[in-house]
Ligand binder design. Structure first.
Ligand SMILES: *Cc1c(COP(=O)(O)O)cnc(C)c1O
Length: 360
């Protein structure tokens, strides 16, 4: 096998190599049964065990309380932008949203199709370079829910404390789920596309408090009702089998490493290496305000777009791939999710120093 490069892609993103190797084997011959994992019935005993293991590892790692369901759904995180208001909002009611980036904005657009939306805060005018402190916005106690994005993948900002609202909290955790401990009991719904911190594309994990399952208006089609999937253990129809399997293996990898508390410390260390370097020089400037800095997606700029393009190209030539910022903001983005190795971060910082020496 050729040496693996360091993959800073924002998603799909780097996964633990041992999980990939195991998956490669299981795709051909699962459990030595003479049948490949993605050829088996989703209702077979072996596959139900795969789903059960993935669910119980998620429950264990995040200490999910018993009155929450864990669902494996299709349609990515983006389908949740619509499913949340379809199930929890209707045209006479209001939901509150915090507009902290592209993904929040897309969710707001969907919610407006189902009811009133109160955007209680927006950081758009400052190119989404921060997330608000709680004193900066007001949530109407009559609101159906408060929606926010815990980590803004594109802009590189992250909530380091969560709203303490009395209305149900709905959180898009696509790009930082499993990166740190969270108190699930303070949320109504947590959802995440798997392809950043949990596994491959094709599966969204939804953690939902049971009392929210009964609010859905009768007009919502069967496949878009959370209760449909909750009642059938995510087996109402054919689930994303391969993605669920890989999520389970990544969760086992995380558990072996010490779980979310252990990975949170590693994530702090990794991100600090890059931010410390950004703060030491004027050659690089961080996009996010310091108190909102993301530990998952580090965004920064050089003095000109040309210099940024040169940085990205030269880094790629040295095996540091995927550093180009999102097309909507430009600049550099280093996505360093759970499975991204510290060695790769050290190599990036070394490259940043060397690039500055040659171009500063
Ligand atoms: C990537 C991402 C999404 C979109 O996920 P899809 O699975 O492609 O729909 C939504 N929200 C956040 C925060 C993301 O990072």
């Amino acid at each position: 096998m050729p040496e693996r490069i360091y993959n800073f892609s924002p998603g799909p993103a780097t996964l633990p190599v041992e999980v990939l190797q195991e998956a490669a084997k299981d795709i051909v011959n699962f459990n030595n049964n003479g049948i490949g994992l993605i050829e088996m019935s989703h209702r077979s005993k072996d596959f139900i065990a795969v789903t059960d293991a993935a669910e119980s590892l998620i429950r264990e790692l995040l200490a999910v309380p018993d009155n929450y369901k864990v669902l494996f759904l299709q349609g990515g995180a983006s389908t949740q932008f619509a499913m949340v208001p379809m199930n929890l909002l209707n045209k006479d009611k209001t939901a509150t949203y915090l507009n902290t980036g592209t993904w929040a904005k897309k969710a707001i657009k969907e919610a407006k199709m189902f009811g009133h939306v109160d955007v209680a805060y927006s950081s758009e005018e400052s190119t989404f370079n921060h997330v608000p402190a709680e004193e900066q916005y007001h949530v109407d106690p009559q609101s159906e829910y408060l929606y926010f994005v815990s980590n803004n993948t594109i802009f590189g900002t992250q909530f380091h404390g969560f709203p303490s609202s009395t209305v149900p909290l709905v959180c898009d955790m696509s790009s930082d789920i499993m990166s740190r401990p969270v108190d699930v009991s303070s949320f109504g719904i947590i959802f995440a596309g798997a392809q950043k911190n949990m596994g491959p594309a094709g599966c969204a994990v939804v953690i939902i408090r049971e009392d929210l399952l009964d609010r859905t208006p009768d007009t919502v089609p069967t496949m878009f009702r959370y209760k449909t999937h909750a009642d059938k253990g995510s087996m109402f129809n054919t689930p994303p089998c391969f993605a669920i399997y890989v999520v389970g293996r990544v969760m086992q990898w995380l558990k072996n490493l010490g779980g979310v508390k252990a990975i949170a410390e590693i994530n702090q260390e990794k991100a600090a290496l890059i931010y410390d370097h950004i703060d030491q020089t004027d050659f690089y400037s961080g996009h996010a305000q310091k108190s909102s800095r993301s530990l998952m997606n580090v965004t920064f700029n050089l003095s000109t777009p040309d210099l940024e393009a040169k940085f990205v190209a030269e880094a790629a030539a040295q095996g540091l791939d995927g550093l180009k910022g999102h097309r909507s903001v430009g600049g550099i983005r280093a996505s360093i999710y759970n499975a991204f190795p510290k060695k790769g971060v050290l190599k990036l910082v070394e490259f940043m120093q060397e690039f500055e020496r040659r171009n500063g």
